[in-house]
Ligand binder design. Structure first.
Ligand SMILES: Cc1cc2nc3c(=O)[nH]c(=O)nc-3n(C[C@H](O)[C@H](O)[C@H](O)COP(=O)(O)O)c2cc1C
Length: 402
């Protein structure tokens, strides 16, 4: 190949959308195509954002390499992470014309709680890794947007401070350790702080193989131990929700947990119980059998196992098994109002976002989270108008197809 031919070939490749797909994988196609066709643009304020991916670009830029890796990682070759986004592409929308949608309402009731929108903030641990204000910034944003926040028990801020910042109870998410006393101490603390709903995460019982996190950490030359500690027993203990539990890193084993753990929780607390991480009809049926108040369909944003199945693809079998008896929340891969609409049309009552709001947090703190929520709510309102749905309860199977 001559030098000229080679240059022409490279120019062709650079201009080709194929590059985004073959070199970077479909997950990153959206961003890769932008990078090829447009000059790189980093928004300078939340108001400049056109969609949540604008926050992603800034987050990538400002976060320490290993912290970005912690946020971005899937498992193994990121099969489930990619599948989460791809699942939305296989569902199309069916607009209904000539409906008066001059007043669209996102008002939602979930587990007896009235909220402004079905879009919720998923539990994301260690938020000070993304912004100095941590979960408090997310709570303040949730307050101004009237959104429901779910707080992780591996949060950087305590539940008391977060509820204070939110101005209303949050839901409390629990990773139980193998020590019941640790779980019980945290549950009672959350209940005393005012939480009415306990979310039990059941999808990390056997650990997860976060290769991308390892790759990013390897590329970060800072000393992680300076912040995270080096000893074998000093991981969960410094987190505020673990104080007073006496728990240490070795207590993190959850592999022995079985469905009767729900009985234990039920006996320990009056909080409603939601099971997070369900992706099959069988487990949805067990949720019903063991008295869960809601099922939370999630593959942990592709961070749990390399099932290769998108969360949206798991939803129909769970909806069928639950058959309207208890509400269903779903997350993993939601980035646009249309994504949320599709899940609602399939039978979900609430949709959580994870990375999308953390991109906002990393980029601009509270105003970033606020803008992400505001944009997604506006996008959902718009698509509801396009589909002829005035209220959340108007959204149904007739609005989608495959
Ligand atoms: C950085 C990070 C930390 C997370 N921490 C928790 C956690 O502490 N507890 C939990 O149940 N889920 C946790 N998740 C999973 C989220 O609750 C949620 O299921 C996931 O982020 C949804 O996928 P998405 O990020 O594609 O929206 C975490 C996710 C991320 C990205």
């Amino acid at each position: 190949m001559t030098a000229l031919a080679r240059r022409q070939f490279l120019q062709f490749l650079a201009a080709s959308p194929l590059l985004g797909y073959t070199a970077a994988g479909r997950l990153f196609a959206e961003e890769s195509l932008d990078a090829i066709r447009l000059p790189k643009y980093l928004i300078k304020s939340p108001a400049d954002a056109l969609d949540v991916f604008d926050f992603h670009n800034v987050a990538k830029q400002v976060l320490p390499t290993s912290h970005y890796g912690y946020l971005a990682t899937g498992t193994d070759g990121n099969e489930t992470l990619s599948a989460n986004r791809e699942a939305f592409e296989r569902v199309y929308l069916r607009p209904m014309r000539m409906v008066d949608t001059s007043n669209v309402s996102l008002d939602t009731v979930l587990l007896d709680q009235s909220i402004n929108s079905p879009i919720l903030l998923a539990p994301v641990g260690s938020q000070k890794a993304f912004h100095a204000d941590g979960e408090l910034a997310s709570a303040r944003a949730a307050k101004t947007q009237g959104s429901l926040q779910i707080l992780s028990n591996v949060s950087s801020n305590s539940i008391e401070d977060v509820i204070d910042a939110r101005g209303e109870p949050v839901w409390f998410q629990l990773y139980p350790t193998n020590k019941w006393s640790t779980a019980k101490t945290m549950i009672l603390r959350a209940q005393d702080a005012g939480a009415k709903v306990l979310v039990l995460t059941v999808d990390l019982n056997s650990g997860s193989n976060r290769v991308l996190l390892g790759q990013f950490s390897r590329a970060d030359d800072r000393d992680c131990n300076a912040c995270h500690g080096a000893g074998p027993d000093d991981r969960p203990a410094p987190k505020p929700m673990y104080s007073g539990t006496g728990s240490v890193r070795g207590d993190w084993d959850m592999s022995g947990m079985t469905w009767d753990y729900l009985d234990r929780l039920r006996n320990a607390t009056s909080m409603k119980i939601v099971v997070k991480g369900v992706v099959t009809a069988e487990d949805a049926s067990s949720c019903l059998q063991y008295g869960a108040d809601a099922v939370y369909v999630s593959n942990h944003g592709g961070r749990a196992e390399a099932s290769g199945r998108g969360s949206l693809d798991s939803l129909p079998e769970v909806v069928a098994a639950v058959d309207g008896r208890i509400p269903i929340v779903v997350d993993s891969g939601f980035r646009r109002g249309t994504d949320v609409f599709k899940a609602l049309a399939m039978g979900a009552s609430g949709v959580s976002i994870g990375r999308a709001y953390i991109w906002g947090l990393a980029a601009f703190g509270q105003p970033g989270v606020e803008k992400v929520l505001e944009m997604l709510n506006a996008e959902l309102s718009m698509v509801m108008g396009q589909m002829g749905a005035r209220n959340i309860s108007d959204i149904g199977p007739k609005h989608i197809g495959r």
